[in-house]
Design a protein around this ligand. Structure first.
Ligand code: GAL
Length: 354
């Protein structure tokens, strides 16, 4: 990177981390391409998002494994957009000018991919969008655009199933005994595909499973544990012990709700049922200790492996037909239900060690 640019980036407080993942000799014969190297650029919407940061750690672990397998040095440039789309646009420009062979983008604003797509087309460099899905029309704007993620509606359905089983299987969960489940929802960001779809499908599934429901309230907490705690304090002030179920759009917000219950010294026996999504390390720990009744595993290993395989194939001119992408562009990894019975198996990381 040119020195003037480094200074510019430092001045704007942009975090850049660059790692070269060199193949190590560990007895395995590299596949091919020995002696070549590839450069992958990555920008995330917010490096402090728990799920996204765990996804990136897993991505780096699989990149190391890929480098070892193939004998190809993989250079990764990683940026944090800190929630600003213009910042992310500049980062992509920087990565393209730096000669990245492929750029992976976790969009800040999923409705604003146009600048990035236009630049990528100009430089003729493929883009893999991930985790924050753009609309199909945008992905159609150029043939070298891809998406890796998961189908949000599946996570909503599975969350609804966990909640329904917990409510119907436990008469004490209906605290006021009125035969109706009084619930609240802790939602991720406004305008993101996951919160809208997760909320709708989890509630619909509860109803389909035979649970009568009454929505007491909801709050947007931007995927954040701290914001969820603050919002939960307000919801507790308003609804108190009437809340029987908390549907959280992710584990971090479920944990924020728990933080509020603990701070308010709510008797553990009267806590509402709490369900999350993601299966982050802290989320799985909370399932194990019984604080949340279950979570829905957002397959970070499958997504990270899918991204590195796709990035590698694109960067080395391989055959992407072998990757079995939906419509030649999409890779969706399935979600899975996690309950206290099988949580241990999810706690053992499936990813190779860094
Ligand atoms: C979701 C995940 C959330 C948050 C969000 C960011 O898939 O469940 O916890 O990371 O992505 O886009």
């Amino acid at each position: 990177m040119k020195m003037e640019k480094r200074k510019w980036y430092a001045a704007y407080g942009l975090a850049l981390c660059s790692i070269a993942i060199l193949p190590v000799s560990c007895g395995r014969m590299p596949e091919h391409h020995e002696g070549t190297d590839i450069r992958i650029g990555v920008t995330v919407y917010d490096q402090y998002d728990t799920f996204v940061s765990q996804l990136m750690e897993t991505f780096k672990a699989y990149a190391r494994e890929k480098a070892d397998e193939t004998g190809v040095a993989i250079n990764i440039e990683m940026y944090n957009a800190s929630g600003a789309q213009p910042t992310q646009n500049s980062q992509v420009e920087e990565m393209l000018e730096d000669g990245c062979d492929v750029v992976c983008v976790n969009l800040v604003d999923r409705t604003e991919p146009a600048t990035i797509i236009d630049m990528a087309e100009k430089f003729d460099v493929p883009i893999i969008f991930f985790n924050r899905e753009l609309v199909a029309e945008d992905l159609e704007r150029w043939e070298q655009l891809y998406y890796v993620g998961a189908n949000a509606f599946e996570s909503g359905i599975l969350e609804g199933e966990i909640a329904a089983d917990a409510f119907l299987g436990n008469p004490a969960a209906d605290k006021n005994g009125d035969g109706v489940c009084q619930y609240i929802v802790l939602e991720g960001e406004a305008g993101h595909q996951d919160p809208i779809v997760r909320t709708e499908y989890s509630v619909n599934t509860l109803v389909e499973k035979g649970v009568k429901v009454e929505k007491l309230g909801h709050a947007i907490a931007n995927w954040s544990r701290a914001q969820a705690q603050t919002k939960m304090v307000q919801l507790l002030n308003e609804f108190g012990n009437r809340i029987e179920l908390i549907l959280a759009n992710n584990d971090d917000m479920a944990l924020g709700a728990i933080d509020a219950l603990k701070t308010a010294e709510v008797d553990r026996a009267t806590w509402p049922l709490i369900v999350g999504i993601d299966g982050t390390d802290v989320g799985l720990e909370a399932v194990k200790n019984g604080e949340i009744v279950g979570t829905v595993y957002n397959d970070k290993e499958g997504q990270a492996l899918g991204m590195i395989n796709l990035a590698y194939t694109l960067a080395t001119g391989g055959d992407i037909d072998k990757l079995d992408l939906k419509d030649g562009k999409y890779l969706y990894l399935p979600y899975q239900k996690v309950d206290p019975g099988d949580v241990e198996q999810y706690m053992k990381s499936h990813a190779p060690a860094l």
